[in-house]
Design a protein around this ligand. Structure first.
Ligand code: GRE
Ligand code: ZN
Length: 314
């Protein structure tokens, strides 16, 4: 069964030389992040990935660096148009530039949307200055993928206690905080009235929905008292798409499938932080578990992505 995956990262050569943060990744990860052709395509082949929709690894950069990075990605896609597609990197610190970069990437490069960091220096995107980005995405009819990102110094305080810095960083990152902070961000976007104002907005979340499916009953109840026109359940059902990126276990998948329509549940890997082969093994386990019918598995593996992005069939 061919897969389309949509939380698959790269780093551009310019970002790599301008930032030392990527030096902290193991060398083989940095190498895979930097590959936009041979190694990446080989890894895709070994995990049955027909089409990767690439996005930059976490980090928010100034407009000029986003533009050159997006141009580098567009160039790589043009070499392998059947195998690679793109999400734009947006300069979210400058929302007006972010909106126009999104438009440029979609119209000129055929990008399929954007993937954005969960915050910019601890600021979420529920403020009025960010509406322009969401309105542009809705106008272009492309999704915004909201991706966890490293805690700001203020966010990190919350995780510190008296423990070693590494403990706080780990807690604030992919062990917990990345996901809970992204879930809080979704609640704040909802509370701000974004989905009443921009009802056609498409948001993608990774990691089985960033803890929200587990909390769905409470969230729907609480959010029902916030005076918004569209309830959280309606917004979840019509504005959100969820991927399995980096989470290959059946328990959260079962929870996701109980709270979310199958048409909104999409396979993804989180390459190269997760492994395409392990992802393919997970799909085998899903098959054996009986959690999805054969028809649902096809939607999950590629059909839903084909529909959402108007690509393929792979
Ligand atoms: C991710 O995108 O999920 C990710 C990173 C960096 C380290 C680990 C990780 O971007 O899972
Ligand atoms: Zn990721």
């Amino acid at each position: 069964m061919p897969f389309i995956t949509l939380e698959e990262h790269y780093i551009s050569s310019e970002v790599r030389s301008a930032n030392d943060e990527f030096a902290s990744f193991p060398a083989h990860i940095t190498q895979k992040l930097s590959s936009l052709s041979t190694e990446r395509i080989q890894d895709m082949d070994s995990g049955n990935v027909a089409l990767q929709i690439l996005s930059h690894a976490p980090g928010t950069y100034p407009p000029a660096l986003c533009t050159s990075t997006n141009n580098q990605l567009a160039q790589a896609i043009s070499q392998n148009p059947k195998r690679l597609a793109g999400f734009a990197l947006l300069p979210m610190g400058d929302p007006i530039s972010a909106a126009s970069e999104l438009e440029r990437c979609v119209r000129e490069h055929g990008f399929l949307g954007a993937l954005v960091d969960n915050h910019i220096n601890g600021r979420f995107y529920d403020g009025p200055e960010f509406r322009v980005v969401f309105e542009k995405a809705a106008e272009l009819d492309v999704p915004i993928y909201l991706h966890p990102s490293w805690a700001s110094p203020e966010m990190l305080e919350h995780y510190k206690g008296g423990y070693a810095d590494e403990v706080a960083v780990a807690m604030s990152a992919f062990g917990w905080g990345w996901h809970s902070e992204t879930a809080v961000h979704v609640l704040r976007l909802y509370a701000s009235g974004l989905f009443d104002e921009v009802p056609g907005l498409k948001i993608v979340l990774g990691h089985m929905g960033e803890m929200l499916p587990f909390q769905m009953e409470r969230v729907v109840g609480v959010a029902g008292r916030w005076g918004l026109r569209r309830g959280f359940q309606e917004v979840w059902d019509s504005n959100f798409w969820i991927t399995t990126s980096g989470m290959f276990s059946l328990a959260p998948l079962a929870c996701l499938l109980r709270t979310t329509k199958i048409e909104r549940v999409l396979y993804s890997v989180d390459y190269p932080f997760s492994d395409n082969k392990k992802g393919a093994d997970f799909v085998e386990r899903i098959k054996e578990s009986g959690l999805m019918s054969a028809e649902d598995l096809e939607k999950f593996a590629h059909g839903n992505a084909e529909f959402l992005f108007g690509v393929g069939p792979v």
